[in-house]
Design a protein around this ligand. Structure first.
Ligand SMILES: NC(=O)c1ccc[n+]([C@@H]2O[C@H](COP(=O)([O-])OP(=O)(O)OC[C@H]3O[C@@H](n4cnc5c(N)ncnc54)[C@H](OP(=O)(O)O)[C@@H]3O)[C@@H](O)[C@H]2O)c1
Length: 267
């Protein structure tokens, strides 16, 4: 299941898993965005209207997909296999094995100056929404004692001082922290948590934010390459995957600069 799969990185990942023969659920507020795409033709892909900021809606969509998925209830959960309480109980809702959250909102100071209503959704989606999704998926996965949760954060979340984009940066920092907290909490249930921390990826949304051309962004990665790298990190079950390394190194260097030099960059 991919929440935020109706465009960009999420849609690329949906295509990747569909080509591998997986059953894929794509969620977003605007499912009509992918009407007519080839991956909808063979019945392996389902599309669900869902706003990740709506906790009840996320729980419903995740629960329904997990209950319907082939394999749901097929296996007793690993912790229940022996003499633990609930041993041998076959629990519905066990069919979800991978949840990827790519849903995200961006607003910088200029956007907030134009419309103050843009600030809160950044937090409701990037922070609250991620927790809604992980919480609902964990519920389904814990019953089986296996699963994998993935979130796409941003290298902006590693940057201590992000002029103009500090709200987005803080929201992605919180997303990384949410992943770390869930990883620790769910480890006893054999549920892995991966946080992907990318730099600039040449998606339609990034181009839209940059007047149609993102080519000036440092160490820009194509959407296709980003999808391949993210899928590989998921397959390895990495805890954290930061790329590209060049931008990561630059951010680490920038974080170490004295304040007066950081101010030069702000100008
Ligand atoms: N592109 C980059 O350079 C870059 C770099 C670092 C991190 N990221 C992160 O990577 C993720 C994907 O970015 P992208 O460039 O692929 O952007 P995108 O094409 O705009 O993808 C965002 C997806 O999130 C969905 N979404 C937004 N708000 C939602 C909500 N309230 N509920 C459910 N779905 C929602 C959108 O679908 P609907 O409109 O249908 O809801 C869309 O499918 C984002 O989290 C972004 O912050 C991107």
């Amino acid at each position: 299941m991919i929440i935020g799969g109706t465009s960009g990185i999420g849609l690329g990942l949906a295509r990747h898993y569909w080509r591998q023969g997986a059953r894929v659920a794509i969620c977003g507020r605007h499912p009509e965005r992918i009407d007519g795409l080839e991956l909808l033709e063979d019945g392996l892909v389902s599309v669900h209207a869902c706003d990740i900021a709506d906790r009840a809606a996320v729980a419903r969509v995740v629960g329904e997909f997990a209950d319907d998925a082939p394999g749901a209830g097929d296996a007793p959960c690993a912790p229940c296999a022996s003499d633990a309480p609930g041993a041998g109980v076959v629990t519905p809702g066990a069919g979800l094995d991978l949840l990827i959250v790519t849903a995200g909102q961006y607003a910088d100071a200029a956007a907030i100056a134009r419309d103050r209503g843009q600030a809160l959704p950044v937090l409701r989606v990037n922070v609250g929404g991620l927790d809604h999704a992980f919480s609902a998926a964990a519920e389904a996965m814990m019953a089986r004692g296996q699963g994998h949760l993935v979130a796409v954060a941003s290298i902006a979340g590693l940057q201590q001082d992000y002029p103009g984009g500090s709200l987005y940066s803080a929201s992605k920092r919180a997303a990384i922290a949410i992943c770390d907290a869930y990883r620790k909490a769910l480890a006893p249930f054999s549920i892995a948590v991966t946080v992907v921390i990318p730099g600039y990826i040449d998606t339609a949304r990034l181009r839209e934010l940059n007047d149609g051309d993102a080519s000036g962004k440092p160490f820009l990665v194509s959407e296709r390459e980003a999808v391949e790298r993210i899928a590989a990190a998921i397959a390895r079950r990495d805890e954290r995957y930061v790329f590209p390394w060049q931008l990561h190194a630059l951010v680490r260097l920038f974080n170490r600069l004295p304040t007066f030099l950081k101010r030069v960059r702000k100008k």
